[in-house]
Design a binder for this molecule. Structure first.
Ligand SMILES: [Zn+2]
Length: 137
């Protein structure tokens, strides 16, 4: 399951980003995922939850933004959507197309909440209060 290693990598990048905001609490992270990455959004969200549940990012939500795969024919310059990694141009049949979108895996934005460190309740109380985990755990 490669979603788990991706989630762990995201956690590493996010924690690096958050170093600049020591008292901030992560509410949500937005990632842009290209269709050719073959990532199941729900699986990635679950893996992210598992990777953050007992750390400083506990309770943070991961949001996926899926990007369609788009290629451009190098011969007739037609732009067409790519399905199942099939790169043949639908107009002229040329196979040497250039991928424009679909291979993305980017951290787009972080939604953080600034709090004073001494005013922060324990994680447990916070999670119950906000119902972040719901009944899934
Ligand atoms: Zn073409």
């Amino acid at each position: 399951m490669h979603e788990l290693s991706i989630a762990e990598e995201l956690v590493r990048v996010i924690r690096e980003e958050l170093r600049a905001h020591p008292n901030a609490r992560l509410k949500a992270a937005l990632v842009r995922v290209g269709a050719l990455r073959l990532i199941e959004p729900m699986t990635l969200e679950c893996c992210f939850e598992a990777a953050t549940c007992d750390g400083p990012l506990a309770g943070a939500r991961l949001c996926n933004e899926q990007v369609e795969a788009l290629a451009r024919c190098c011969k007739c310059h037609l732009e067409f959507s790519v399905e199942h990694s099939w790169f043949e141009c639908p107009r002229c049949g040329e196979t040497g197309s250039e991928l424009l979108h679909g291979n993305e895996l980017q951290l787009v934005s972080l939604e953080i909440e600034k709090e004073k460190a001494d005013a922060m309740p324990s994680n447990e109380i916070e999670l119950v209060a906000e119902g972040v985990y719901g009944s899934q755990t």
